[in-house]
Design a protein around this ligand. Structure first.
Ligand code: GTP
Ligand code: SPV
Ligand code: MN
Length: 615
């Protein structure tokens, strides 16, 4: 814990545990920025966070005292806590997320936009006095390794101890970060308040302000202003706000990619090592693929990252990826010893659970952990569970350090990518796997991605929507220009780029069940992909790319039958024709920002569909 050279004083309980050598911000850029916000938000006190164990202890005891988190049974779940949010603050709020670029056109048709000056003026009135009676936590953080030229530094100021504690897990927060920021004065300013000042009222366990929630991004000045929500990507500003929305703008300007992707290290039975990324929309299987436990003999999988990848061309021309995060903020429901034993082990200790159910013996539970809910459950809202509705919120999550993962890959400073997967939830049409014919075709497949919506964001669940590259809620600029940026990666040495694959674990049969077993069996698809990369197998052309030849996909031991297999790859002619029209509508939104190459790709797709319909 550090003293801050500002008029606001000290946090009493912090002084006890602070280290002897106090580190302070001295850079006038930082100090002036902090002073301005302290003057506006008027916190009672402010503290700078560091990596000392006392810092974490202080945050935990503050949160326990307030009732935001409660300790779980240390015998069952050591070092772990359960948080219950306000039921109105449970997911990312896409309708309240804004890209405030100077020109509306630069935000594009897929983002909410407000003029930056207007937005700031409006939000300043919200921020005025917003931290009255509260502590301001000042969190110097880095996304990426400290000292790397590719790292982005930020300072988040927040009045939520829950957010502060979570940031310490999700990002790198320590004295080296503070020194690096102080030396250069270069950081992304990230302002956060739950919007619940304590003027004349007591605090509540989960303060928030749903009526006035805004998550605003200023891409030109690279600033983030968030107000009103304390949940996930709305509030942990290093993640979606910085590492995707702001970073995507930096990536466009500097020629790299900031993507909503897992990174997996895969070792084949022949001891060949491959690194694979996968872009799937929120709650569509990134964490699960990143923690894959292969069901086929000889395969090994290790996790590099589960949500965000930053990719750059290396000197060898290949795309190299890093995971800028230090923690997992993963979906709890659906996670079980059967589906994801690695995740279960990862969260067996030192984990903060949010909006899970609590068992009678002081552990957590969620739908899918076991077949039947245990007796005596308390639901995510703190009420005895009656069996009606879910006991855990569908977007209940765990927050845990990546170092808790038993299969964490040691590579932190970049891995060369061989293949990229694009996937989503599609009950029909999109096959289990297809290979893009070229980079341009791969960009086309990424640009037309669609997925059934999930509980990760507000709104209806299960509605098919276009989610290009799984970046719909996370691209900080015009999506049409983003497609162009992806295409531009192939301007030099296209051969060295990874191959692109479309995957879909979520096809349903007539009874509504999943046709493909998924999870650990997804290694079967990866094995085919590796065979393709090594030129060991041919494929069959289809309108959506190359699919496996009969017999090349290992389905041994699965209870699929010939009918099930066909269901994984069938492309209904009528549905394909409809898809062409839907893609036309989707593309029309981008106007003259749509790269010509993609219009050509769409015509080729249309022709392939027509040819199949006739044939
Ligand atoms: P975000 O953290 O929101 O970005 O989500 P994510 O993409 O990491 O998704 P995650 O791996 O957490 O999975 C979300 C849900 O999909 C969970 O309920 C999983 O159990 C389920 N799921 C993941 N992989 C598979 C799969 O291969 N098959 C099926 N049927 N379900 C899966
Ligand atoms: C997602 O929604 O893609 C997440 C969760 O990873 S959040 O951090 O809340 O955005
Ligand atoms: Mn995500």
């Amino acid at each position: 814990m550090h003293r801050l050279p500002c008029p606001c004083g000290w946090l009493g309980q912090v002084q006890r545990g602070r280290s002897e050598e106090l580190m302070e911000f001295t850079n006038p850029k930082v100090v002036n920025w902090l002073d301005d916000w302290i003057a506006l938000m008027q916190p009672e006190r402010s503290v700078v966070l560091n990596a000392d164990p006392e810092t974490k202890e202080m945050l935990v005891s503050t949160l326990v005292e307030l009732g935001t988190i409660e300790p779980l049974n240390p015998q069952l779940r050591p070092g772990s806590y359960l948080a219950r949010s306000d039921p109105r603050d449970v997911a990312r709020l896409e309708s309240r997320t804004l890209i405030c670029s100077e020109r509306e056109e630069d935000a594009g048709p897929t983002n909410n936009w407000r003029e930056p000056g207007e937005m700031k003026e409006m939000m300043r009135t919200l921020y005025a006095g917003a931290m009255r009676g509260r502590t301001m936590y000042i969190i110097p953080f880095s996304m990426g390794e400290v000292g790397s030229p590719f790292t982005l530094y930020g300072i988040e100021i927040t009045d939520s101890a829950y957010v502060a504690l979570s940031m310490m897990t999700m990002a790198t927060v320590d004295d080296r970060v503070l020194s690096a920021i102080d030396a250069a004065g270069a950081f992304v300013p990230a302002v956060h308040s739950v919007g619940y000042p304590l003027a004349g009222r007591d605090d509540v366990a989960w303060p928030c302000n749903p009526e006035d929630t805004y998550i605003a991004h200023f891409p030109e000045t690279r600033e983030i202003w968030s107000y009103g929500s304390g949940y996930g990507g709305n509030a942990l500003l290093g993640k979606k706000c910085l590492a995707l929305r702001i970073a995507s703008v930096a990536a466009r300007d500097e020629g790299w990619l900031a993507e909503h992707m897992l990174i997996l290290k895969l070792t084949s039975p022949r001891d060949e090592v491959y690194y694979v990324t996968g872009a799937f929309p929120s709650a569509c299987g990134k964490t699960n693929l990143a923690m894959l436990v292969p069901t086929r003999p000889g395969w090994r999988a290790e996790t590099v990252g589960d949500d965000i990848a930053w990719l750059r061309r290396g000197e060898d021309g290949r795309l190299w990826a890093i995971n800028p995060e230090m923690g997992f903020f993963g979906v709890a429901p659906g996670t079980s010893v059967k589906t994801n034993p690695v995740a279960m082990e990862t969260v067996s200790k030192n984990t903060i659970f949010t909006n899970c159910a609590r068992t009678a013996d002081g552990d957590v539970w969620w739908e899918g952990m076991t077949k039947e809910p245990p007796e005596g459950l308390i639901d995510w809202q703190g009420k005895p569970y009656t069996g009606e509705g879910p006991a855990a919120h569908p977007n209940a999550r765990f927050t845990v350090s990546i170092h808790e993962a038993p299969n964490l890959a040691s590579e932190r400073d970049g891995v060369p990518i061989s293949a990229m997967l694009f996937g989503g939830r599609r009950s029909s049409l999109v096959p289990l796997v297809t290979e893009a014919r070229t980079w341009e075709h791969g960009v086309f497949l990424g640009s037309i991605m669609a997925s059934e919506t999930t509980a990760a964001a507000e709104g209806a669940v299960g509605r098919v929507r276009r989610d290009p590259f799984a970046m719909l809620p996370f691209c900080g600029y015009h999506m049409g220009d983003y497609f162009g940026h992806w295409l531009s990666m192939a301007e030099t040495d296209a051969q060295a780029l990874p191959k692109i694959y479309l995957v879909n674990w979520f096809r349903r049969d007539a009874d509504g069940g999943f046709v493909w077993p998924g999870y650990g069996d997804n290694v079967r698809v990866l094995a085919w992909i590796i065979d393709r990369l090594e030129g060991r197998v041919d494929g069959v052309d289809s309108p959506l790319g190359t699919i496996p030849s009969e017999g090349d996909l290992d389905v041994e031991g699965l209870e699929l039958g010939p009918e099930g297999y066909d269901q994984l790859f069938a492309m209904n002619a009528e549905e394909l024709e409809m898809e062409v029209e839907l893609i036309r509508e989707h593309y029309a939104r981008f106007g003259d920002h749509l790269p010509k190459e993609l219009a050509i790709q769409l015509e080729e797709f249309d022709q392939a569909v027509q040819a199949q319909s006739k044939g």
